[in-house]
Design a protein around this ligand. Structure first.
Ligand code: GLA
Length: 406
């Protein structure tokens, strides 16, 4: 009997969970995240410029302001794994590693806020983080409160060392605890990324409780990794694109422009596809050393505008023809689309192809003005059945916007 009452109570509690209510991520969030580039480098003695410590985040914040990233929309400065001390404090609260964050997270948040930026932090739903630091299991509410007291603005909650069967209840519970702090904290859930191995995640439910969510493998510093992610998003298994919209976005992981693994064309391709996929744009690169070409791609206002389109509709892969894929996403003004022609060819010479706007579902009889996005040049005016001739470089992309002609 006691078991029945207990379960009825728990059931009532969980069905009463309201869903995340923070008004955030109306367009895909943008910022900088430490993980892909800086990993779990905790060796501040020998590698002080690159280790996970307060000065790394302060220096990135400085660069984000001075070099125009903040003004282009990249406002979150995000700590990932390996920031914490291995022990909780006497009140079981998480604490930052005292050597690497001598002034604590709250002061780091103050610094970041003073620059007009926001601070993100990382936690884990399980007993330990993926890097072996304390997880939030048994401490979800304490940790939500601690992050709010530190004036943190975003939480990435990973799922290592946890029981998959707990996630369905636990991730929503953390959403509730974040709501209860009264501080708007953008909630990034790794929940579906752990579920995909054993079935299709319940995306509508995830979207009710999380602002953004990872649902695929970690990005690595290579074209193979980027193309794998693009394939996963093109396949769209479980129709996860359908739940994207203001407040909720699928997260294919960080941008790796400016790192070691992508050619210039491949960097354009990642930027273009992340724009079409309405993906969060978290750079993970050393902004102190980034080369001008990569920087200009990250700051390209036309491409960012596609990503940040207020409709928040996630683009889809419409056509696959050999090594060519055509992707499109509806954007404002109504009736317009942004489209990308991606070439996966490694054949060494550009591919030329003919594309009609009709094949993208466009039917406005007076036609469309088509503008290339990266450089902003007019491609021309095309009626739905007209052929647009497009040339794409190997492992490169053509990105454009088509707006109804009046
Ligand atoms: C997982 C996540 C990564 C990163 C690491 C940190 O692998 O998917 O994004 O946060 O953990 O350990």
């Amino acid at each position: 009997m006691r078991v029945v009452v207990c379960c009825m109570l728990l059931g009532a509690l969980f069905s009463a969970l309201e869903g995340l209510d923070n008004g955030l991520a109306l367009t895909p969030p943008m910022g900088w995240l430490a993980w892909e580039r800086f990993r779990c480098d905790i060796d501040c003695a020998d590698d002080p410029k690159n280790c996970i410590g307060q000065s790394l985040f302060m220096e990135m914040a400085d660069r984000m302001v001075a070099d125009g990233y903040r003004d282009a929309g990249y406002t979150y400065v995000n700590i990932d794994d390996c920031w914490a001390s291995k022990q909780r404090d006497a009140n079981f609260r998480l604490q930052a590693d005292p050597k690497r964050f001598p002034d604590g997270i709250k002061n780091l948040a103050k610094y970041v806020h003073s620059k007009g930026l926001k601070l993100g932090i990382y936690g884990d739903f399980g007993i330990l983080t993926c890097g072996g630091y304390p997880g939030s299991k048994f401490f979800l509410q304490t940790d939500a409160q601690t992050f709010a007291e530190w004036e943190v603005d975003m939480l990435k909650l990973d799922g290592c060392y946890s029981d998959l069967s707990d996630m369905d209840v636990g991730y929503p519970l953390m959403s509730e605890f974040l709501n209860k702090t009264g501080r708007p904290i953008l909630y990034s859930c790794s929940w579906p990324a752990y579920i995909v191995g054993s079935g299709i995640p319940n995306y509508p439910k995830i979207a009710k409780y999380c602002n953004i969510w990872r649902n695929y493998a970690d990005v690595q510093d290579s074209w193979d990794s980027v193309i794998n992610i693009i394939e996963y998003y093109g396949n769209d298994t479980g129709n996860f694109s359908a739940v994207a919209g203001p407040g909720n976005f699928n997260d294919p992981d960080m941008l790796i422009l400016g790192d070691f693994g992508l050619s210039y064309q491949q960097q354009r391709a990642q930027m273009a596809l992340w724009a079409i996929m309405a993906s969060p744009l978290f750079m993970s690169t050393d902004l102190r050393k980034i080369d001008p070409q990569s920087k200009n791609l990250l700051l390209n206002t036309n491409v960012i505008a596609i990503n940040q389109d207020p409709l928040g509709i996630q683009g889809k892969r419409l056509v696959t023809e050999g090594a060519i894929e055509v992707w499109a996403r509806p954007i404002l003004p109504h009736g317009s689309v942004a489209f990308a022609v991606l070439s996966k060819s490694t054949g060494g010479t550009p591919t030329t192809m003919g594309l009609t706007l009709k094949s993208l579902g466009l039917s406005h009889k007076q036609g469309y003005n088509v503008t290339e996005a990266f450089d902003g040049f007019a491609v021309g005016m095309f009626r739905p059945k007209d052929t647009i001739t497009i040339q794409v470089d190997p492992t490169g992309v053509f990105l454009a916007v088509a707006k109804p002609h009046h």
